[in-house]
Design a protein around this ligand. Structure first.
Ligand SMILES: *[C@@H]1O[C@H](CO)[C@@H](O)[C@H](O)[C@H]1NC(C)=O
Length: 178
């Protein structure tokens, strides 16, 4: 195979990898519109939802709530643990809050309504870096790339599983060509 063709195939695969991981998503916190409230039980908790979702740099979290009664505070790890609403990093109370996850690592949010955080209205999401994801696919074209282990990394969508599978298959194909 001419080296030009190899280069072309390689670029195509690289582009599809980049494209596949750069699609930013809006994620409704809790998975439904009335989810920003005191959870009725442990199994209903927001962190349970976060544990099943997958967050990448560029995705946005979206909250829908009554801005007269509640708010969203982005806080430090310490304030999250202590439910300290005094000096949040950011405060949102417009009832329709969107926060872009612009870096990897944990993001902490608590309710600004008095007493709500103590009763479980809080959430931590761990954002995966896209670089990490790409390295996983390119470096190990096995069916189960090892990913960052944290409270919020499980894949839920079968569509994204399928896409991941296709990318892995493409990777194997290209490795075979070289
Ligand atoms: C809450 O945080 C503020 C500063 O962010 C601090 O001054 C205050 O002592 C904290 N309150 C409690 C109860 O920890």
């Amino acid at each position: 195979m001419a080296s030009f063709q190899r280069a072309a195939v390689f670029s195509l695969v690289l582009m599809s990898l980049l494209w596949g991981s750069s699609q930013a998503k809006d994620l409704l916190v809790g998975g439904k519109t009335d989810a920003w409230k005191i959870p009725s039980s442990e199994s209903d908790s927001l962190n349970k939802w976060a544990g099943k979702a997958r967050f990448l740099i560029g995705d946005s979290l979206v909250w829908k709530y009554d801005g007269q009664k509640d708010s969203v505070l982005q806080v430090t790890k310490e304030a999250y643990a202590a439910c300290n609403t005094t000096n949040p990093i950011e405060e949102y109370k417009d009832g329709n809050t969107k926060v872009k996850l612009d870096k990897s690592g944990p993001f902490y949010f608590i309710s600004g309504a008095e007493g709500h955080c103590e009763k479980g209205q809080k959430i931590v999401v761990v954002v995966l870096s896209q670089k990490h994801k790409q390295v996983g696919y390119v470096g190990s074209p096995a069916p189960s790339p090892v990913e960052f282990v944290g409270p919020a990394v499980a894949r839920t969508s079968s569509a994204s599983n399928l896409k991941g599978g296709l990318l892995v298959a493409l990777g194997v194909l290209v490795l075979g060509l070289f």
